[in-house]
Design a protein around this ligand. Structure first.
Ligand code: GP9
Ligand code: MN
Length: 431
């Protein structure tokens, strides 16, 4: 099977995007704090519900001059949902066509993930904070293959019933209770916080937030703004701590939405809230709602709204180049969003894709300029779309080979030492 590696290496080599000279290494040696915004969609940014900003803190961060804010960044998850997002964000390899790569292959596959890359390029210590049981999505095994030094799962936190909602510890408590561990961590560190309160169907006790609820027939839609607002408040509290503790000054903070919160069927009820006419709403509009935030905030960073098209697969090379890490030898399917060579064709797991000018769904072409279907595409456009579709299908099949044939066991990048999962032991917090 190692011969299957050749087409992968050839694709990666010709697809590689060189760093942007004005951004390469600007964050070298900084701590990296990654904040996973559960089920948070880009349309919430700058959105007002009944005249009130849903996420005032994130809005201010989005428009901050020290934030690179990506307005055309898409989730690319399949059935693995959160775990697919984690895989793409930290390895730049897609999830699987069906199921979750974490669950099905995560225990035994070889990965070359952010924690191990940064350990070997800057001696970073790494940790994940997530208030759910460590076995969910098989994380406790996967993270050892990713090279995480620490995994603070629910056993490290006070998860009395009042502190927990659905999949785990409430976000304000996750951030608040993680500080005592974060302060002990050797710097530079790579620390990921996985939030969970803003999760379908978005229940939130009145005492945790009084943000107004919508009054559609769909409770998920009605509650979505309240849990997103709660998440926003938890982020503001965490940033206040980062600034007062001094950690903010020597950290690069990355925030991303993992996937949609409201599904296409929920969107029917969302329309009335968004003031959209159901008769003019279709597949194209549902596809546009698959944008999620991707923001990189760092003191002194030359920020600004970035309109280039991209997705979760592109995050790792983007982050590594900012940290001054050379990515040429890694098998990463994404490209640096800040590079002039960045590939703006965004592949979805189901082989659909978006580009700056067109959205192509099951072969139907839509113009992004006005959302209309291109019913009579010119020969030139048909040829261009066929080329894009071919690349998307090819790229996804190569990624599937990497996962399903565990190809990275046959490929060790120059200067990279394979991870030995037996070096890691995430003792439970119940000491
Ligand atoms: C589970 C939490 C939610 O620990 O991350 O996962 P999801 O349901 O979004 O995949
Ligand atoms: Mn999720």
């Amino acid at each position: 099977e190692s011969y299957d590696l050749e087409p992968v290496k050839n694709f990666i080599k010709e697809h590689y995007a060189a760093p942007n000279a004005s951004y390469e290494g600007v964050a070298k040696g900084k701590n990296v704090i990654v904040i996973h915004l559960e089920s948070f969609q880009q349309f919430l940014i700058d959105y007002k519900f009944e005249g009130q900003e849903v996420t005032p803190f994130l809005n201010s961060l989005y428009h901050d001059q020290n934030t690179l804010s990506f307005s055309n960044f898409f989730h690319q998850v399949g059935q693995g949902k959160t775990s697919d997002a984690e895989n793409m964000m930290e390895t730049s390899v897609y999830g699987l066509p069906q199921g979750s790569v974490f669950t099905t292959l995560g225990s035994d596959n070889t990965f070359q993930a952010a924690p191990s890359i940064l350990k070997q390029n800057g001696d970073y210590t790494s940790a994940v904070f997530h208030g759910n049981v460590g076995s969910f999505w098989n994380r406790n095994n996967v993270y050892k293959n990713f090279g995480y030094n620490y995994f603070f799962d629910s056993s490290y936190f006070n998860t009395s019933p009042d502190n927990v909602l659905q999949y785990g510890l409430k976000d304000k408590l996750l951030f608040g209770e993680s500080i005592k561990y974060l302060e002990q961590m050797q710097q530079p560190f790579y620390a990921k916080f996985i939030t969970v309160t803003n999760h379908f169907p978005f229940p939130l006790p009145e005492k945790d937030g009084d943000f107004p609820r919508a009054t559609t027939e769909n409770t998920a839609v009605n509650n979505y703004f309240a849990t997103a607002h709660y998440l926003d408040q938890s982020l503001e509290e965490f940033f206040d701590y980062l600034k007062s503790s001094g950690l903010y000054d020597n950290s690069m903070i990355v925030l991303y939405g993992d996937h949609y919160g409201l599904s296409n069927s929920d969107n029917k009820s969302l329309l009335s809230v968004l003031g959209r006419d159901p008769d003019t709403w279709g597949d194209y509009d549902n596809a546009q709602l698959q944008r999620v935030p991707f923001m990189i905030n760092m003191k002194g960073l030359k920020g600004g709204i970035q309109t280039q098209y991209g997705g979760e697969i592109d995050a790792l090379p983007t982050i590594l180049h900012l940290l001054g890490v050379d990515t040429t030898n890694y098998i990463q399917f994404g490209t640096d969003l800040m590079s002039s060579d960045h590939d703006q064709v965004v592949a979805f797991r189901n082989h659909n894709f978006v580009t700056p000018d067109y959205t192509v769904l099951d072969g139907t072409i839509y113009k992004n300029s006005d959302g209309t279907e291109v019913t009579m595409p010119s020969a030139k456009l048909k040829k261009q779309v066929a080329t894009w579709q071919k690349q998307v299908t090819h790229e996804l099949s190569l990624s599937d080979d990497v996962n399903e044939k565990n190809l990275l066991r046959f490929y060790t990048p120059d200067g990279f030492k394979p991870v030995d999962p037996s070096n890691f032991n995430y003792q439970s917090g119940y000491q």
